[in-house]
Design a binder for this molecule. Structure first.
Ligand code: ADP
Ligand code: ZN
Length: 529
């Protein structure tokens, strides 16, 4: 007999206390859990750290039968299952890392009704033997974790997820709960459609993390800037530093150690034992900094991470949000700090151009990058911009760099015209393309070897840009790239016009740029104390 809501709530609260040892539900957990325990379908959007796991674990325990959890995070299954077993929950998993014996044991436990939760990799459900197995036991619910994987637009698309729409046809009476931490309004709709969740109740938690102070600074010498940040605001505290490449992970960790900040590296190129050691040190020790590629962090649950620093630009706002979200899970003030520069844009565009996959895939990656660039270049509240990206609204937060120290915006139309026409002349008159450095030297009228060698001092645009300095011009290039008024191409990151450039050159379009405040980090630090 199905539980009514009152009974579902009573039993769920009892399980929360007895099994998990928590005294109260968090946020929307109570509504979600009673809804699913009573047999309803649900689509749950909750930021990382919000407490999604209990949303399916508790209903699975309250309802008769086994909760079947579909998750792409195979590497985490063992840990999840171990943690549940420590709590006395009967849990098991089936994935490709197991041998025949291990699989058989789990299958038998399932059929014998000796499991509460069964974790499956999504590809398992496309195997007939798995679906036949599921038919032989009683299923309490299906939980579809990381549900954005079903979306073409999400950053993590997996074809196996598409097959999950058939769960409902095969087991129409079993409630389903889909969960994700990374959904824009568009992904959200797509998840509901593709998973056949038309009847599901939607639970959308706020993506705001008020205790995180967001700051994005111009990149000059990133390691030194990081060291200053740690010394001034986070000495002796735990933090995560993200770098794009393995070699910069190694170098940055070494640099911090050399400067008296205890730090360890973490990336996929290290041997697995060293990686595991560093990860567990980070979890156990106080005040250790882990310098990592984005391979680090999935499933990491350390409450007192006081800062997350990015030394390179993340590929998407989803990624940025998820990575910065690892700061301040305990609710205490924390910093999300990103150093970002022209070279990041050049490098990311290059990665996208060189990536495998079709044109549509590259277009999607470029859209993701553009959204990230827009966040970097905004003159408005970073938090509002982030929330808007996730389809939510908010008020200026007074706890991000642009709120604490508002940047001015300036009319950069003339500067943009000068820069674009230099690129145009190189192309038209010389049939040449150059990177930002050379174009800026021409604008500044610098007679470098490379300038005289190419006779660029004879171009009519030579020296027409002395009103700005080198770093200001780099800001112009960066922001033109971010606004798609300029493109960067090829292995050498040469500059080229885009279809939109014409409107600026033809004086039909005005351009506004962000002017960096003088000393952003400092002002923010003062406001914090
Ligand atoms: P998510 O999957 O959304 O990232 P988790 O389910 O891993 O989040 O939960 C994050 C942390 O919060 C975990 O340590 C979890 O035990 C804890 N947690 C979840 N719900 C509660 C609660 N009601 N009370 C106290 N702690 C909770
Ligand atoms: Zn703000």
């Amino acid at each position: 007999t199905p539980l009514d809501h009152a009974a579902a709530l009573d039993e769920s609260t009892e399980v929360l206390r007895r099994v998990f040892g928590y005294s109260a539900f968090r946020g929307e957990q109570q509504d979600i859990i009673t809804h699913v325990a009573a047999g309803g379908d649900a689509l749950v959007l909750m930021p990382t750290g919000g407490g999604k796991s209990l949303c399916y674990q508790i209903p699975a325990l309250v309802r008769p039968g086994v909760g079947v959890v579909v998750s792409p995070l195979i590497a985490l299954m063992q840990d999840q299952v171990d943690a549940l077993r420590d709590l006395g929950v009967r849990a098991g998993f089936l994935n490709s890392t197991q041998d025949y014996q291990q699989r058989r044991a789990v299958e038998k436990a399932f059929v014998d009704g000796e499991l509460d939760l069964l974790y499956l990799a999504p590809e398992r459900l496309r195997v007939e033997s798995t679906t036949a197995l599921l038919d032989r036991g009683k299923i309490a619910l299906f939980a579809i974790d990381e549900a954005h994987c079903v979306s073409q637009w999400g950053h993590d698309f997996r074809p196996d997820y598409l097959a999950l729409s058939e769960l409902h046809e095969r087991w129409p009476d079993v409630p389903r709960i889909a969960l994700t931490a990374t959904a824009t309004a568009a992904t959200h709709t797509e998840i509901a459609q593709r998973l056949n969740l038309g009847e599901a109740r939607h639970f959308v938690a706020s993506f705001d993390r008020p205790n995180i102070q967001y700051r994005i600074v111009p990149k000059a010498s990133p390691q030194k800037q990081l060291l200053e940040l740690i010394r001034a605001e986070h000495a002796g505290e735990a933090g995560i530093v993200y770098c794009l490449s393995r070699s910069s992970v190694e170098k940055t960790a070494q640099f911090l150690c050399d400067n008296g900040i205890p730090a360890v590296p973490y990336h996929a190129g290290m041997d697995s034992r060293a990686r595991a050691t560093n990860q567990s040190r980070f979890l156990r020790e106080d005040g250790l900094v882990v310098v990592a590629t984005i391979a680090f962090g999935m499933g990491i649950d350390k409450p007192d991470v006081r800062f997350v620093a990015h030394l390179d630009l993340p590929k998407s706002v989803e990624g940025y949000y998820q990575e910065t979200g690892r700061a301040g899970r305990d609710g205490q003030p924390s910093t999300a700090w990103l150093a970002y520069g022209l070279q990041d844009v050049v490098q990311q565009r290059k990665l996208i151009d060189g990536s495998e996959g079709d044109e549509a895939h590259r277009r999607k990656q470029n859209q993701h990058l553009n959204a990230m660039l827009a966040l970097c270049e905004t003159v408005q509240c970073r938090r509002v911009q982030l929330l808007n990206y996730f389809g939510q609204s908010g008020e200026p937060c007074r706890n991000c760099d642009t709120c604490l120290n508002p940047p001015e915006s300036w009319d950069g139309t003339v500067a943009a015209q000068k820069l674009l026409s230099t690129v145009l002349r190189l192309d038209r008159e010389r049939n040449q393309r150059f990177g930002a450095g050379q174009v800026i030297d021409i604008l500044l009228g610098k007679r470098t070897d490379k300038v005289t060698q190419h006779r660029h001092d004879q171009l009519t645009v030579f020296g027409i840009g002395t009103e700005l300095n080198d770093s200001a011009w780099r800001g112009v290039v960066r922001q033109l790239l971010a606004q798609n008024l300029l493109a960067v191409e090829g292995e050498y990151g040469t500059l080229a016009l885009t279809p939109d450039s014409a409107a600026v050159l033809g004086r039909e379009r005005q351009v506004h740029f962000r002017r960096e405040p003088e000393r952003p980090a400092r002002a923010a630090a003062v406001a914090k104390t």
